[in-house]
Design a protein. Structure first.
Length: 287
């Protein structure tokens, strides 16, 4: 079969590969577009595996919302040149659409086709990073924040008001709740918390961390009667740094986030809880 310009165009549209790559793949596949696409995908996977040790130290965070759902999505790449590329921004937008369209059934596997095509276009390793989806029932407010033009940091947060379905909230109260969730999204980027509160720190992590504090105190030659006191003090500091409600509020460090949130709740007349959050920073290693 003849390798026509039309088949090259079709394969380019499906794979994202260059003209010569598509032509060569079609020639090897006997002008069969399906077979050629499979060949290209296999080659791209091999290239990605070979480049995996180079790491993806650049990238961008994306945020999107539709109806009752919001998504925070991190895409990684090798170079800042690609991270600033308009096609990379378009890739992030398409990945957000896939996530929002899938709703609660979302899986990172749904992004594979877009990611593989992007590797062909950019000729470097592209990989999804942290991805989070939160839903927004009526008693809650959702907010997201992307930091700066490069959007290397981002956050997503959900608050609940304790109302029965939020049916009693006035439009004015809803506006204030939106402002509160927006402030919390900024706080998360400023403080990079790992947990909402101390109660949500896993017990094994707590014990491991405290054991480390005790060991370090003993290595410094502290007397045994002081070891527990030192470990407890360092744990309090750990909680203050890593738990959202225990952090200092970024606009007024005389207040904890919990104290600020209590005052904000009083202005609305309903209790406010943080019911979920996500944070992504391209500079952080992936779990």
């Amino acid at each position: 079969m003849e390798v026509t310009a039309g088949k090259v165009r079709e394969l380019r549209a499906r794979s994202g590969a260059g003209v010569m790559e598509c032509r060569n793949a079609l020639e090897r596949a006997g002008a069969d577009v399906e077979r050629a696409e499979a060949l290209l995908r296999a080659e791209l996977r091999a290239i990605a595996e070979a480049r995996a040790d180079r790491g993806t130290r650049e990238g961008r965070v994306f945020f999107g919302r539709r109806g009752s759902a919001a998504v925070l999505l991190e895409l990684r790449c090798e170079t800042d040149f690609v991270a600033r590329n308009d096609e990379f921004l378009s890739l992030g937008s398409r990945c957000l659409e896939l996530a929002l369209n899938s709703g609660s059934t979302f899986s990172p596997d749904l992004l594979e086709e877009e990611i593989v095509a992007a590797r062909a276009r950019f000729r470097e390793l592209i990989a999804p990073g942290r991805i989070a989806m939160l839903e927004d029932p009526r008693e809650c407010c959702l907010a997201g924040y992307l930091h700066g033009d490069t959007a290397r940091l981002g956050s997503l947060v959900r608050i609940g008001t304790g109302r029965d379905g939020g049916k009693g909230a006035t439009p004015a109260a809803e506006k204030v709740l939106g402002e509160i969730s927006g402030e919390l999204a900024l706080q998360i980027v400023a403080g990079a918390p790992k947990f909402i509160s101390e109660e949500l720190i896993p017990g094994d992590l707590r014990e491991t961390t405290l054991a480390g504090f005790r060991r370090e105190a003993r290595l410094l030659g502290k007397k045994e009667q002081l070891v527990e006191k030192i470990a407890a003090g360092r744990w309090t500091k750990y909680v203050g740094q890593n738990c959202l409600i225990s952090q200092r509020f970024f606009r007024d460090d005389s207040l904890s986030v919990a104290a600020w949130l209590s005052g904000a709740a009083a202005s609305v007349g309903v209790p406010i809880d943080i019911t979920g959050f996500a944070y992504a920073n391209v500079a952080d290693p992936l779990p």
